[in-house]
Design a protein around this ligand. Structure first.
Ligand SMILES: *Cc1c(COP(=O)(O)O)cnc(C)c1O
Length: 395
């Protein structure tokens, strides 16, 4: 099986697995206990916090461990919103292409009386800095814009947005779950106030993540209980997962340049091999995209069948977000870049990692070409397009 669905989750690296096993064997104490087993666990927790902080240019005391990217997004956005509301600020800004962990938190806040501006993106899947600037208001409590998109891989102008928000003293959060471990990040020079990350998107375990909160930025407690995470996130720490995440992140950061050059070479080769498919188009900007991310729309077919047939041929891919598969709604991200419903349904996302080879790329491309051809030969919509009874959306 060729695994090409790394935006959904990545394989846990050997380094992460080893760190987790070691932690289970050696650091089984409760980090809050005063005895030696507890203190050994507390030390392992502190080293993991240092490693995560270092990976994004933060201070260890600015890192809060969570159960994953979704919890980090919920806590960041809800905190900033409630904090703002206390000062009469009830306006939030985000984009139309965020992960549901952000979008659904925003929708919940709308029900609670907040006003949310959902910024559009251009056809290449990138938000315009001018649009962010003109959306800022006196009563804006938070700007939350993702670092890199999980479906189409586009990288947002985070540094420019950070500078804009800092100038206006408006908190800026970024969902960097797809970017951490893959792109160089420095929260200080990029003026990021809050950042979400998740272990299983960079070869760490799932069910663990972190929220970075710059000292002085608004943070409230959502999970109440013990005084863990300096009182901002109760619950006995999931130490094996935290330590495994830190090991995976250290490894990803140490190899980032090398991996990024290699994986983007594979990505470009795959884009080149798929582009000649008639009436198909790459989703998202050709260059401002994650090293491993390839997303296409193919006119006249249905993404779900494409995935099942690719799976039969030994290629594990996705139609968009893992979270929306199983639902019949087309991807909100593809709609936001202007794909009509019928075309958004014919999407394919292939996300690569450093274990993929050029041979994989050749096999993936051959399988996609064959399956697209086969599905089109059976598609009534495709036949109508071919007979000129319908107009192609993608030329
Ligand atoms: C995967 C993902 C999340 C959710 O992270 P979990 O750790 O799975 O909760 C949030 N945002 C983005 C962009 C993601 O890709």
């Amino acid at each position: 099986m060729i695994y090409a669905d790394n935006a959904a989750t990545t394989k846990t690296s050997a380094a992460a697995q080893k760190a987790m096993l070691d932690a289970m064997e050696q650091f089984w104490g409760n980090p809050s206990s005063l005895h030696s087993p507890g203190q050994q666990a507390a030390e392992a927790l502190a080293s993991a916090r240092e490693a995560v902080a270092k990976a994004i240019g933060a201070q260890p005391r600015e890192i809060y461990f969570t159960s994953g990217g979704s919890e980090a997004d919920n806590q960041a956005i809800t905190s900033a919103a409630r904090f703002g509301a206390r000062r009469g600020k009830k306006h939030l800004i985000t984009t139309a292409i965020e992960h549901h962990a952000v979008l659904h938190t925003m929708q919940q806040l709308e029900k609670e009386g907040f006003e949310v501006t959902y910024l559009p993106v251009d056809a290449s899947g990138i938000v315009k800095v001018e649009d962010v600037q003109s959306a800022l208001r006196e009563d804006t409590a938070l700007v939350s814009i993702m670092y890199a998109n999980n479906e189409i891989g586009t990288i947002q102008p985070v540094s420019e947005i950070g500078a804009l928000c800092r100038e206006r003293k408006i908190p800026f959060h970024t969902d960097a779950v797809q970017a951490v471990g893959h792109l160089p990040i420095d929260v200080a020079s990029q003026n990021i106030d809050m950042l979400s990350l998740s272990g299983h998107k960079f070869h760490g375990p799932r069910g663990v993540g972190a929220l970075y909160v710059r000292r002085g930025a608004p943070l409230l407690t959502l999970i109440h209980g013990g005084a863990q995470e300096r009182g901002f996130r109760a619950g006995t720490e999931n130490l094996p997962a935290i330590v495994g995440m830190a090991a995976a992140l250290e490894e990803s950061c140490a190899n980032m340049e090398k991996n990024s050059a290699y994986i983007s070479g594979l990505r470009d080769a795959l884009i080149e091999k798929l582009s000649p498919i008639p009436h198909s188009e790459l989703n998202g900007d050709r260059d401002r995209r994650l090293p491993g991310s390839v997303s296409f729309c193919f006119e006249g077919i249905e993404g779900e069948s494409l995935l099942l047939l690719l799976d039969d041929k030994g290629v594990a891919a996705s139609s968009g977000s893992a979270c929306t598969s199983g639902s019949l709604d087309p991807s909100h991200v593809l709609l936001a870049i202007g794909r009509p419903h019928e075309v958004a349904h014919g999407s394919l996302r292939l996300t690569l990692d450093e274990e993929n080879t050029m041979e994989d790329i050749e096999r993936i491309a051959a399988a996609v070409i064959e399956v697209v051809d086969y599905l089109r030969s059976m598609s009534p919509i495709w036949k109508a397009l071919q007979r000129g009874e319908r107009n192609y959306v993608i030329q």
